[in-house]
Design a protein around this ligand. Structure first.
Ligand SMILES: Nc1ncnc2c1ncn2[C@@H]1O[C@H](COP(=O)(O)OP(=O)(O)OP(=O)(O)O)[C@@H](O)[C@H]1O
Length: 269
């Protein structure tokens, strides 16, 4: 297979105005034991925008995404270096309260993973663990989160039924509702629609487009149409590096790097 020069990069700096940047990584490296999976990634994520992370299998997209809210901490033998700046704080520092930080930077995984509990309890679980006991507030959060995830109309009469009785697409939107119940600033999604049928996929996509009014979204996707439909910015990963980062329409119509062009036009990956 053809290989590409990973020193050849085109990475835009988004904005001089720091107010518009929700999250920034500076020279992130991730090792699994001796395997360096991420080799110095520096990116900025703009507030209230959707950024897609694309690239061939094994290039490090999920590893990088997981580093953004310290999910790699849970994997033995993993080391992450570099800065992850959120609200002027390096959240990659050992001094950061990771549990608290994840209230602000939430994650939705590839396979819908609702708890084996009711719809209502799925959404209120984390809030209760953080000490919220007021039923009126909990009820309000359930309604708002389900509305934002475009699920309220379908489940409002069955809130105390098991979440596991929902369809796959509904379960994934419940997982999005569960993540936004904590009112994070940033939502990280790792291929949230890859296990879903096309109708559920388009509902999840619509949900994400609506959510960007309130949230900054970073999404890993293998689906090129999805990246071009929903995202404002796209980062092309290759062998642990970002080779190109630009507005999505430029990545898909006028990429500057040959590897990006070959990947988005389906020549490899
Ligand atoms: N938990 C882990 N332990 C050890 N190595 C891992 C782990 N997760 C990923 N890796 C390795 O890190 C590298 C990047 O994997 P990663 O899953 O981040 O890539 P990806 O681009 O998300 O791939 P895919 O598109 O197939 O999901 C690969 O070499 C992979 O084998």
């Amino acid at each position: 297979m053809k290989t590409y020069n990973t020193d050849d990069t085109h990475i835009i700096k988004l904005n001089e105005n720091e107010q518009d940047i929700a999250l920034e990584t500076k020279d992130i490296h991730v090792w699994y034991g001796t395997n360096e999976a991420i080799k110095g990634v520096s990116l900025q994520f703009e507030k209230n925008k959707i950024t897609s992370l694309i690239g061939p299998s094994g290039c490090g997209k999920s590893t990088y995404l997981r580093s953004l809210n310290r999910m790699n901490d849970q994997i033995d033998g993993t080391k992450v270096t570099g800065d992850i700046i959120y609200k002027n704080t390096d959240i990659n520092s050992s001094r950061v309260d990771v549990y608290e930080m994840r209230k602000h930077i939430g994650m939705v995984f590839q396979r819908p993973n609702p708890f084996s509990k009711s719809i209502y309890e799925n959404i209120t679980f984390a809030l209760k663990r953080h000490g919220q006991k007021d039923k009126k507030i909990l009820d309000e959060v359930v309604e708002t989160s389900l509305k934002q995830a475009a699920l309220w109309d379908q489940v409002k009469d069955n809130l105390h039924k098991s979440a596991l009785a929902l369809s796959g697409g509904q379960q994934q939107r419940l997982c999005i509702a569960r993540a936004i119940a904590m009112k994070p600033d940033i939502l990280l999604l790792d291929e949230p629609a890859s296990a879903l049928d096309p109708i559920s996929t388009s509902k999840v996509e619509e949900t994400l487009i609506n959510l960007k009014e309130d949230y900054t979204i970073v999404i890993v996707t293998h689906n090129m149409q999805q990246a071009s439909r929903i995202s404002d910015y796209t980062a092309f990963f290759y062998m642990g590096k970002v080779l190109e980062y630009d507005q999505t329409k430029k990545i898909f119509t006028r990429p500057k790097i040959q590897a990006t062009e070959d990947y988005v036009s389906g020549h490899f990956g």
